[in-house]
Design a protein around this ligand. Structure first.
Ligand code: FAD
Length: 502
């Protein structure tokens, strides 16, 4: 029987380094690339308008790139198993291909689809290309469980050798496009999805593979920057990003991690002196690999309860604190500026994420990391199930990192890299004219100074919602008690890594 295939794009929104797309094209008389708008995602997670825009831009770009290889992207809406049951019949499909996805919902969804394919006599081909390695192989090599420290991950991947090389772009696609394509399968606009484009923030990082590769190229051309890159030394509050901002592209798979990895390898080969993991750019990709691997096998990885690697901490429920944090109204300008940048632009620096996550949880407000994770999930362009949960556990000292007594100061930390507070002036414009001396602590400015700056603390800008110096030791004590009450044989804690630089 002639091969008629569907390649199902989910993440992996690219034609470069896409082995399952190649498998779909090989010897197929017809290959239909599809993307399913699955109602599960907006129903079960909060997808902010900026990420919707990023996704639609990525789909638009994918369609443009598919056209270059004689194909088109077909968009369909509905529950994947229902949509595919329909399309298998309609297009007389013999083969289904897709990229492996390790998230819990994806695993259930894909198992259901695999069953359907079996019943319909459709062959399923799935390839790993969202991570550098097959996370299953990492787990196997580690004796059946995930490595729980970065060091251990490094040891295990060194046993596996280099990650597979990126595969070429397929050149032999045949996709028949019916007359009803525009009416039935075209890419929707935000308006078609019931959203208002006016609610979007400025588009600083447009979605899509083309933009991803341009951005990668631009970054990799700065060889000196690449070779001296050390994550902890980058600035959380520079007005231009001090790291690559490739995260949204890696999240949606507009950029292959292996393509990025091998670009780095080439640069490192030509420049013998370069930084190394965990702080180098290669090291950042390994952090991603590490958290993907742990997330792929840890039950309830995105929550505290019934999560075997997560310390149980009786966090407070405080709706007012949470809302003030989310809306950038804590009265701490550095924290508020970060949260404003997040809501408006959808990307914030790693150490900025550190600062606001520590502030919300063990540092100041003692609100659960799960609440912070949900807010990040809504607003981040790069919101990623595994990376978001893992990093929130890290920052709240619930897993991976256990030095709960090391707390970021919401006042002093930002000053180190932005003494004049220009970042604050940009993202909290009401403080624009506050003298530098008071920009991180405007409540300490004499009333006359506040009047002159056009910002009265308490009416134009909130008073701090907590006293950092008073609350910090209290919270440290609460954390110490939670740590003491840990069950002796818990997977979480003691034996794992101390403060790792990243
Ligand atoms: P670069 O420093 O240029 O690094 C290159 C790539 O390496 C990143 O794009 C990312 O894919 C990966 N990477 C870097 N740091 C980490 C890390 N700590 N963990 C895992 N992968 C990493 N990253 C996400 O992609 N999605 C999230 O939802 C997410 N949530 C986070 C939540 C918190 C509380 C914290 C502290 C961090 C979170 N991160 C998340 C990790 C990290 O902050 C971002 O990946 C990074 O800041 C993205 O910017 P960049 O692309 O310029 O990174």
């Amino acid at each position: 029987m002639a091969k008629r295939s569907i390649h199902w794009f989910r993440k992996g929104l690219r034609i470069h380094d896409n082995p399952s797309l190649i498998a779909a094209c090989e010897n197929a008389e017809d290959m239909k690339p599809i993307f399913i708008l699955d109602p599960w995602f907006p129903k079960n997670g909060n997808v902010g308008i900026n990420r919707w825009r990023f996704l639609l831009q990525s789909l638009q770009d994918l369609d443009t790139n598919l056209k270059k290889i004689n194909s088109r992207l077909f968009i369909v809406q509905g529950k994947p198993v229902d949509v595919l049951a329909d399309l298998f019949k309609k297009w007389n499909i013999t083969t289904l291909t897709y990229e492996v996805d390790t998230e819990p919902y994806a695993k259930l969804r894909d198992a259901e689809v695999d069953n359907l394919a079996r019943e319909c006599g459709v062959e399923v081909i799935k390839c790993v290309s969202h991570t550098l390695y097959d996370t299953k192989r990492i787990v196997e090599k580690n004796g059946g469980s995930a490595p729980l420290t970065y060091k251990r991950l490094q040891t295990v991947v060194s046993m596996l050798g280099s990650p597979p090389k990126p595969v070429p772009i397929p050149s032999n696609c045949k996709t028949s496009v019916s007359k009803d394509y525009d009416q039935k399968y075209a890419i929707p606009t935000l308006e078609d999805l019931g959203k208002d484009a006016k609610d979007c923030g400025p588009c600083l990082f447009p979605g899509g593979e083309t933009e991803a590769l341009i951005r990668l190229d631009r970054m990799m051309k700065k060889t000196n920057w690449v070779c001296t890159f050390e994550k902890p030394k980058t600035e959380p509050n520079s007005l231009e990003p001090s790291t690559t901002v490739l995260s949204p592209y890696l999240k949606f798979g507009c950029l292959s991690p292996r393509t990025m990895y091998y670009r780095l390898v080439d640069i490192y080969k030509q420049n013998k002196k370069h930084t190394a993991p965990p702080v180098s750019l290669e090291g950042q990709l390994l952090w991603r690999e590490f958290f993907y691997t742990v997330g792929s096998v840890t039950p309830n990885f995105d929550q505290m309860v019934d999560n075997p690697i997560c310390i149980q901490i009786p966090w407070d429920t405080n709706v007012e604190f949470l809302e003030a944090w989310k809306q950038g109204k804590t009265g701490f300008p550095f924290i508020d500026a970060i949260m404003n940048q997040l809501r408006q632009e959808g990307w914030i620096h790693h150490l900025a994420r550190h600062s606001v996550a520590c502030f919300l949880t063990r540092g100041d407000l003692y609100v659960s990391w799960e609440e912070g994770k949900k807010v990040f999930e809504e607003y981040l362009l790069d919101a990623d199930w595994s990376l978001n949960a893992a990093n929130w556990m890290w920052l709240s000292a619930s897993s991976f990192f256990f030095q709960y007594f090391r707390v970021y100061s919401p006042i002093a930390f930002g000053k180190k890299t932005d003494k004049d507070g220009n970042y604050i002036r940009k993202y909290v414009p009401v403080l624009k004219h506050m003298p530098t001396q008071y920009i991180y602590e405007p409540w300490t400015a004499p009333l006359k100074v506040q009047e002159k700056a056009g910002c009265i603390v308490g009416s134009d800008y909130p008073k701090p919602i907590v006293e950092h110096d008073k609350i910090r030791p209290i919270n440290i004590q609460r954390m110490a008690t939670a740590y003491k009450n840990r069950p002796a044989k818990s997977d979480s804690g003691k034996s794992q890594g101390k403060g790792q630089k990243r």
